[in-house]
Design a protein around this ligand. Structure first.
Ligand code: Q46
Ligand code: ZN
Length: 318
């Protein structure tokens, strides 16, 4: 197998592009794909300050590395979720990467800052761990971006992630979620701009990128991931992709081109009633925002010895 760009021996093939690359050309290919995505969706300009949500995993570290190589003013943000050894190790990978690249890493630790952790806080608020975690991440990434004066938050969602989320939203025909499933969410009152520059790269490609660039990342799955619906959707789409390479990309980019413009209004309708949360100032449709309610329930539960309170399934999705 030869590199399609330079004819040297290839180290990776990409079946959906019907191509293969040597190490240098593959690294360049990944960088080009990100650059192309940033321009195509007008994600940010050369003067913008970008806050990269860094988990210590392959996607977010690959994204941060590529953005730094492209000369983007990109700092990292690491959230400590309090998930035992998993959080300790992922924090170490994020810090090691930052110090190797001489980049700035902002850290927010949920247990020490807000007095709860995801494994005990989630059941206290009658949420699944991933629901409490996702809600906390959305809220705290946004808050950190606004507090730090960043123009945009970049996350490491890759093609597999986006196709799996799309699949789930289509299975439920959830038009409000479909209307928001875009690679760019513009800034709005109280919301920083959110971008996903890795949507043209698959999970396998971000892993290969890290290995070839010598970036060490946490390989273990989060122990809370078991039963996560998206893992099932990913598995189903992987089966389709094996039989028919390119299906995932056709599914996701076909949606962006042909369906997203038709359902965009469903996302904006829900935003009409937003007002600032009295506790933290974040925009919310409820009296108090979903994160402040989660934190309050988690802390209350911890102080009375672990009896779960009433159900709460609401959230803010940005
Ligand atoms: S970290 Fe959080 Fe993931 Fe763990 S608790 Fe679920 S959402 S699985 S990306
Ligand atoms: Zn709040």
């Amino acid at each position: 197998m030869k590199c399609r760009a330079c004819s040297r021996p290839a180290v990776i093939d990409i079946r959906r592009h019907n191509t293969a690359f040597c190490q240098d050309c593959f690294v360049r290919h990944c960088r080009d794909q990100v650059e192309r995505t940033v321009h195509a969706y007008d994600m940010f300009g050369p003067d913008d300050r970008v806050l990269v949500a860094v988990s210590g995993g392959k996607d977010s570290l690959a994204l941060w590395d590529i953005l730094l190589d492209l000369g983007v003013r990109a700092d990292g943000l690491y959230l400590g979720l309090g998930i035992g050894e998993y959080s300790d190790a992922s924090g170490r990978y994020a810090r090691d990467f930052a110090s190797r690249r001489g980049a700035k890493l902002v850290e927010v630790d949920i247990p020490t800052t807000f007095g709860f952790d995801i494994p005990t806080g989630a059941p206290a608020a009658r949420r699944t761990p991933c629901s409490a975690c996702g809600l906390s991440k959305r809220h705290l990434f946004n808050q950190a971006a606004l507090d730090g004066g960043y123009d945009v938050v970049a996350t490491g969602h890759n093609l597999d992630d986006e196709a799996a989320v799309l699949f789930g939203n289509v299975l439920r025909w959830d038009l409000a979620y479909l209307g928001r499933q875009l690679p760019v969410l513009p800034a709005d009152d109280g919301f920083a701009r959110k971008v996903k520059p890795l949507v043209r790269l698959s999970e396998r490609e971000t892993a290969a990128y890290c290995v070839l660039k010598g970036i060490e990342y946490i390989v273990e799955e989060c122990p809370m991931a078991e039963g996560n619906r998206h893992l099932g959707y990913k598995g189903a789409l992987n089966d389709v992709e094996v039989r028919s390479p390119g299906s995932k990309a056709a599914f996701y980019f076909g949606f962006l081109e042909r369906v997203a413009p038709l359902v965009e209004t469903h996302a904006t309708e829900q935003r009409a009633d937003l007002h600032p949360c009295p506790e933290c100032g974040s925009p919310t449709v409820s009296e108090v925002c979903a994160f402040c309610r989660l934190a309050e329930k988690a802390r209350r539960n911890a102080s009375r010895g672990g009896h779960p309170p009433e159900t709460d399934s609401s959230t803010e999705h940005r």
